[in-house]
Design a binder for this molecule. Structure first.
Ligand code: MN
Length: 309
């Protein structure tokens, strides 16, 4: 019956600004939830203190980035030619495929920055897919007093039109004070519930802000209850177990150490694998990849976990 509680670690993003994120995936004990392989949660940050987000052009491979904001605006530019302002309530999904580069900068009008940056690993069959950028604003649906926005997959009758490469779920849920939500979920999926604000119980296990509660395959219904009478904002992620071992390093998702070496060299040599980001004016003009560790990178596996909620 137990829900696994994944606690975040604080990670400074580096660069000229002082933004720190709370990272719940990957962790030693858990690398993936479905194809979700990276969960960074940040804010609410006063941009006057942190300087906001200023991430120069950097590469990605073998993944999709999923940006979901609660407050603030971020300008996205990528080497596929997409320029977009990411706003609360709209999902922005960038498919890296074989290689993409992008920059992310909070807009001058942003005073508070608050959101998540998520990555989805692409399966071998489509991991060299062409670069792509998609934007979708899901409708708010009201269920048992809560408000859901389903940006990927399907939940409570709301279906996102965004195509995914593996079966996935991504949704925001806002629980009113004293709220209780019983959600029928896909039993073939494993799930992670990230607490953005408030305190809740997931199938009886308490979770506080920043924590992620994990349930393995087999659960048919997730029960979420407000614990402190103040309501909560949550993010529910899910998917079928990924089933492939991945090697993750820096901004790359690969299958082996040697692939990572190749990707790193191609990026630092400014190879055409990643393309050019137009219109970025900050310094440095691009982020070089750091040195690789002196040991060979090893694939990440997951502790098997089938928990019935
Ligand atoms: Mn990125």
């Amino acid at each position: 019956m137990a829900v696994e509680v994944v606690t975040p670690r604080e990670v400074p993003l580096g660069g000229p600004r002082a933004m720190t994120v709370r990272r719940t995936l990957p962790q030693k004990a858990r690398s993936l939830i479905g194809a979700w392989c990276f969960v960074d949660h940040y804010g609410p940050d006063d941009v006057a203190d942190t300087g906001g987000m200023l991430v120069p052009p950097h590469p990605h491979t073998g993944l999709q980035t999923v940006t979901w904001l609660f407050t603030g605006e971020v300008e996205h530019s990528d080497s596929g030619g997409a320029h977009a302002v990411v706003r609360p309530g709209a999902v922005n999904l960038m498919t890296a495929g074989r290689g993409v580069a992008h920059s992310e900068v909070s807009t001058p009008g942003t005073t508070t920055l608050h959101g998540v940056q998520l990555w989805v690993a692409l399966p071998t069959a489509t991991r060299d897919a062409p670069r792509m950028f998609e934007h979708h604003e899901p409708p708010a649906v009201h269920v048992q007093g809560a408000t859901l926005r389903v940006f990927l997959g399907a939940l409570a009758g709301s279906v996102s039109p965004v195509r995914t490469h593996t079966p996935l779920l991504g949704a925001e849920a806002v629980l009113p004070p004293g709220g209780r939500l019983e959600l029928d979920v896909e039993p073939a999926y494993e799930h992670g519930l990230l607490v953005d604000s408030g305190a809740v119980a997931l199938c009886g296990t308490p979770l506080v802000r920043g924590e992620l509660g994990y349930t393995g395959v087999g659960a048919r219904r997730l029960v979420v209850e407000d614990l402190d009478g103040e309501g909560a904002r949550l993010l529910l992620l899910g998917g079928t177990p990924f089933g492939e071992e991945i090697v993750m390093w820096w901004n790359f998702v690969a299958r082996s150490h040697d692939e990572v070496v190749e990707m790193r060299e191609e990026w630092n040599a400014r190879g055409d694998r990643f393309g050019e980001v137009e219109g970025y004016v900050g310094e440095p003009a691009w982020l070089p990849a750091p040195e690789l560790p002196h040991v060979r990178l090893r694939p990440r596996g997951n502790a098997p976990n089938a928990v019935i909620c």
